[in-house]
Structures are given as C-alpha cells and as structure tokens.
Design a binder for this molecule. Sequence first.
Ligand SMILES: [Zn+2]
Length: 109
Amino acid sequence: MLNELVQTRISRQLKAAFEAAAQREGRPASEILRLLITEWMERLHSDLLKGEKGGFKTLEAGSEQGTAPTQAVSPVMCWRCHGRIDWRMELGPQGYCPHCGAFIDLRVR
Ligand SMILES: [Zn+2]
C-alpha cells in the first residue's frame, strides 16, 4: 500500500515546489512527507494509530498560567513572522504557523 503511495503521481511543478520547500527547511522530502502523513493521521484518524502517536514523543506542556485546564496550550513564537501561536500540545511538537505557513519543530528550537 505504501509502495502505491510513493508512486503516486504529482505534477512536475508541484514536485519541484515540494523539493524546493524541503530544501528550504533543510530536510529530505521523504521526511516532510512522513510528517504530513503523521499530522493528518493524528488530526483526522487518530483512532487508527491506537495511541502510537506516529512514533513522535509529544512534548509535555509546561505549567503555563492562564491556559485552559482542558487543553494543553503552549505559547510559541514563529521563527519566520514572529507571530504568536497558541500551540496545541496534543497535536505534537511539529506543525505549521497559522500566520505565514512556516514549518515549526519545537524539538529543535
Ligand atoms: Zn509565521
């Protein structure tokens, strides 16, 4: 099944843009593909992961004041646009800035 995924055709333009974006982030394209799949699975089909969390360790939320007790949210500043993000910790340490779309990895910052 994954072999079919790898062989899925995308347009030449999309492929070039994807590879350029990967290069901009200094990651192999396959790594980004893995992150996208993991994020999508966790967001929409987390029941199928059976608590595996896609192999990622979710960071523990610090004891922030003023956050809702039901949701672990950590204030994060985007490295690119410096926009403030209320990071939802249950979605994992990686994601995209809602303001500018920059990729953010809390584990390396
Ligand atoms: Zn941003």
